[in-house]
Design a protein around this ligand. Structure first.
Ligand code: AMP
Ligand code: ZN
Length: 470
């Protein structure tokens, strides 16, 4: 079938092809750094990461990935109460650092470029000038607005969604970055600001850019040739943000911003989108407080398709943790399994190739990670049965391990290097082994509980005791 993505532009799955020798250009709408990321945001970035990893590891393409950091915006100015740009940056920096630490914890590979809006003001001004020159923007009192009605006549506004455009669209202008999603209005490309407020000099006087222009400027500024191959963001950004990105770029250059518009569905709580403004947000710190690790959350996310809504519950996270542990134990078991039997080479090869085919077909079909993960878990079940039956020999082990690592390059849900236990825990395990050898099982049990209180479990394997993080 080949690789296909659901392209919101045409509301269907379409084959994704790439010219020979080309790299995939990919833009992801990044965070506004004024608060900790909530789990819904993180779901979006994990989905974008899976997309990128599949292009790289599944198809061997180079991916030029860009994710912006919105470090100037209404909410930032409101919450920072800063007097100048360095005050704003002192406020945004810790949020940004925490954001990237969250992504790292979740195994999200850092995009090649993560430009800040404040570094691209010149590019935004140029883009606004071109929009104005082409007749799709007008100035009022030092602010510049995008003329939606004019654009609609020429190109048709609403590439991603069917929108009802009133004739009087241009009569309503909107200055702030957050606004109702029902009505189409002329939006600010540039907002006039008093001389003493935070801002930049521009052909229209002192001011600052609107939110939407950022992404149009940074995508083209960082990735060069238009259209870029892929643009990714959460569904809530479809309108107005992405419609406006598309319109701005088209109005300025006559080009499409992106060939594929890919949208990730929401993480919900009790049927409602998780969000800061919804008052139901959870962060990675909340997850840690309940004793979960980021990888459990990643497992939860990849077990769902990125275009399905996913309702978050602690029970489902506990289920994902169990799945992770099942997969991890299988991986660890393979590493320890002596494999001194001859094994059934044919069975092992078939297991790997069948799973590989299922995995690749699922991922090519619009990144169906739910099905890809299911294929891997079927292999875990069958692989465990082969080991139990002494049918997996030394010759087959490396191939199974390598296949698992390959799938994990895409899913990122395995800990490849078992974390070393701290010295005190290792010592307890040694003492326990000694007491066990003496048949002092009561003492051995006491030591086991002590090890567990320290956050580890000890398993007695044929090769001796093994410590695992709980
Ligand atoms: P923001 O910082 O609010 O612009 O959001 C950053 C990214 O997270 C965007 O791609 C949003 O669409 C996405 N997002 C926000 N809330 C959710 C949610 N509950 N589930 C999934 N993605 C979300
Ligand atoms: Zn954007």
């Amino acid at each position: 079938m080949g690789l296909r993505f659901y392209n919101t532009l045409n509301r269907r799955k379409e084959p994704f092809a790439l010219g020979r020798g080309k790299a995939v250009s990919m833009y992801v709408c990044g965070p506004t750094v004024y608060a900790p990321a909530q789990l819904g945001n993180l779901r979006s970035y994990v989905s974008a990461d899976i997309l990128r990893r599949w292009l790289e590891h599944g198809h061997g393409w180079k991916v030029q990935a860009v994710m912006n950091v919105t470090d100037i915006e209404d909410k930032i100015l409101r919450d920072s109460q800063a007097k100048d740009l360095s005050g704003v940056q002192a406020f945004t920096k810790p949020h940004e650092e925490r954001f990237f630490a969250d992504l790292e914890g979740l195994g999200v590979e850092r995009p090649g470029a993560t430009p800040h809006a404040t570094e691209h003001i010149g590019g935004m001004i140029k883009l606004i000038e071109r929009i104005q020159e082409n007749g799709f923007a007008y100035e009022r009192d030092g602010s510049v607005y995008f003329d939606v009605a004019k654009y609609n006549e020429r190109y048709g506004y609403g590439a991603l969604q069917k929108l009802e455009l009133g004739k009087d669209t241009a009569k309503h202008r909107i200055d702030n970055d957050e606004y109702g999603k029902e009505s189409v209005q002329d939006f600010a490309l540039w907002k006039a600001e008093p001389e003493d407020a935070i801002g930049w000099r521009s052909p229209w006087g002192h001011g600052r850019p609107g939110w939407h222009i950022e992404c149009s400027a940074m995508a083209a500024g960082e990735l060069g040739a238009l259209p870029i191959d892929l643009h990714f963001g959460g569904v809530d950004l479809t309108f107005p943000h992405h419609e406006n990105e598309i319109a701005q770029t088209k109005a300025a250059t006559g080009e499409d911003l992106a060939r594929f518009w890919v949208h990730g569905e929401h993480l919900l709580v009790d049927g409602k989108r998780m969000g800061k403004s919804e008052g139901n947000m959870l962060t990675l710190a909340d997850v840690a407080k309940r004793g979960f690790e980021p990888v459990h959350l990643r497992m939860l996310f990849v077990q769902a398709h990125y275009r399905s809504k996913l309702n978050f519950t602690w029970e489902s996270l506990a289920g994902a943790k169990e799945s992770y542990e099942r997969l991890q134990s299988f991986y660890d078991r393979l590493g320890e399994h002596g494999g001194d039997t001859a094994g059934d080479a044919e069975a092992a090869t078939k297991l790997i190739t069948d799973t590989q085919e299922r995995f690749a077909a699922a991922m090519d079909d619009d990144l169906n990670t739910a099905e890809a993960v299911a294929a891997v878990f079927d292999l875990v079940r069958d692989g465990n049965a082969l080991i139990d039956g002494d049918e997996l020999g030394a010759d087959q082990l490396p191939a199974v391990l390598e296949a698992l690592r390959g799938w994990n390059d895409v899913l990122g849900v395995l800990t490849l290097e078992a974390p070393a236990a701290p010295a005190n825990v290792a010592k307890l395990a040694e003492e326990r082994e000694v007491t066990r050898q003496r048949d002092d099982f009561a003492e051995a049990d006491r030591l086991r509980k002590q090890i567990e209180r320290a956050g580890w479990t000890v398993e007695d394997t044929a090769q001796g005791p093994r410590l695992r993080k709980r």
